[in-house]
Design a protein around this ligand. Structure first.
Ligand code: UD1
Length: 419
């Protein structure tokens, strides 16, 4: 199994381009199932989760052409299999995103229940309840969600708690439903808005983009189009923290600072200099010692839970005490015990992590537990004295494109070993 070995202590320096957003790519790929006409998607990141979604589409009968440079072309005129099997869904929960499009266009879907997840119970009840409100008949048997509908109809749906993929699933389904659907308390993440823009290019009639109330007037069919995926705000912020914890100075290109308003504000409070020299670019350096910052994870536009683990590393190296409160997912502090192995002083009380900054971290063998947790271990390794060996790095390949190559280009001593 692959391992990543990081030898810390090198200040990151240089310029690095940011990839397309994983969490915008996955729903966009699922949305192609809403039409039999050709779709072209560009700025697709090379990630394990994207490959999994392409594999799933392939199983449904999609014809897919991948061009490393130009993107992905998808022709769904031959879709004839409506089952998302356990083997694929268990490796990626976002597979559930094919449910809405399949039911809306083909009247049926059989999706394996995602099952256990390292960051809490993560149910999909709101996806199911929403489709039921739109007229789908849904049963749960043999570990599968079986959904049927002649034609979905519009409904007024209130999502509580706010859910990203739940909003996306119902948004996609509503585009082909008869009549008007209102999604209240909809997720406002930039990836949801990117999906809505893409769907409108396909001929959907969605209003309220970027707000918590999405109004969708169903149409009879959608058509082919082209779309460029937005930059990955989580990858961007992860590199920003990497620069900060190594005392580096980096320039990120092909990104979008507007999607990172809250994290940038928090990073500035932490003593990071974040400059926006021109559109799509962010320069980060650290003029003085890092300062501890308190934060609470929240749905967008709040501070993203997908950056919580990275901020724990930053706070671990700041002078003083801070508190990070996780409000989105239960059980999302598993990386704390690994960070403690590197010398971080973090105490977890329920959903609050109390962090006491230390002078330095020391390299050690650690294990990745989930996608964002594994990014935090890389960050900690970059900052630590000595070598950190991270095992179970398949988690990181799900969400970060060529992370060791990008970090090497910035001067990091990081290698992947295969054994
Ligand atoms: C998405 C992101 C993930 C991010 C998360 C929160 C993708 C592919 N993944 O995950 O990276 O960490 O948003 O920003 O976009 N919930 C329910 N019932 C449901 C659905 C969700 O109770 O039917 C709860 C969850 O348990 C959780 C909260 O809602 O506590 C938010 O989860 P959700 O927004 O659905 O996360 P994902 O869409 O799975």
């Amino acid at each position: 199994m692959d391992k990543i070995i990081v030898k810390g202590g090198h200040a990151l320096k240089g310029t690095i381009p940011i990839s397309g957003a994983k969490n915008a790519t996955l729903p966009a790929l699922a949305a192609t199932l809403l039409t039999g006409e050709r779709i072209h998607l560009s700025n697709i990141p090379h990630l394990k989760d994207v490959t999994t979604m392409l594999e799933l589409l392939g199983q449904h009968g999609s014809a897919i052409t991948v061009d490393e440079r130009l993107g992905v072309e998808i022709d769904n005129s031959g879709v004839n299999n409506f089952r998302a099997p356990y083997d694929l869904v268990r490796t990626m929960r976002a597979s559930i995103l094919v449910m809405g499009p399949l039911v809306a266009r083909h009247g049926m879907a059989e999706i394996s229940l995602p099952g256990g997840c390292a960051i809490g119970s993560r149910p999909v009840n709101l996806h199911i309840d929403g489709l039921r409100a739109m007229g789908a008949e849904i049963t749960l048997d043999e570990g599968y969600i079986r959904a049927r509908a002649d034609r979905l109809h519009g409904a007024h749906i209130i999502l509580n708690p706010v859910t990203v993929t739940g909003t996306e699933n119902l948004l996609m389904a509503a585009t082909l439903a008869k009549g008007r659907t209102i999604l209240e308390n909809a997720a406002r993440e930039p990836e949801v808005t990117d999906l809505a823009i893409f769907l409108n290019k396909m001929g959907a009639r969605i209003q309220g983009l970027g707000s918590s109330i999405l109004v969708i007037d169903g149409v009879d069919e959608l058509h082919g189009t082209e779309h460029r995926i937005i930059p990955d705000r989580i990858e961007t912020a992860t590199f920003m923290v990497a620069a900060a914890v190594t005392g580096g100075d980096i320039l990120l290109t092909d990104t979008d600072p507007e999607a990172l308003e809250t994290p940038i504000q928090i990073m500035r409070e932490a003593g990071m200099a974040v400059e926006l020299p021109e559109p799509g670019r962010i320069r980060v350096h650290v003029p003085d010692a890092l300062r501890p910052v308190d934060l609470e994870t929240c749905p967008y536009p709040g501070f993203p839970t997908d950056l919580q683990a990275q901020m724990l590393v930053l706070n671990s190296l700041a002078r003083g005490t801070s508190r990070i409160t996780e409000t989105v997912f239960e059980n999302r502090f598993m990386h704390v015990s690994e960070l403690q192995r590197l010398g971080a002083d973090i105490r977890v009380h329920g959903n609050i992590a109390e962090v006491h900054g230390v002078d330095h971290l020391l390299g050690a063998p650690v294990m990745a537990t989930d996608l964002r947790a594994s990014a935090s271990l890389v960050l900690a390794g970059l900052a630590a004295r000595g070598a950190t060996t991270i095992s179970r790095v398949y988690h990181i390949d799900r969400g970060y494109e060529r992370i060791e190559e990008k970090l090497q280009a910035l001067g990091a001593d990081i290698q992947r070993t295969t054994s």
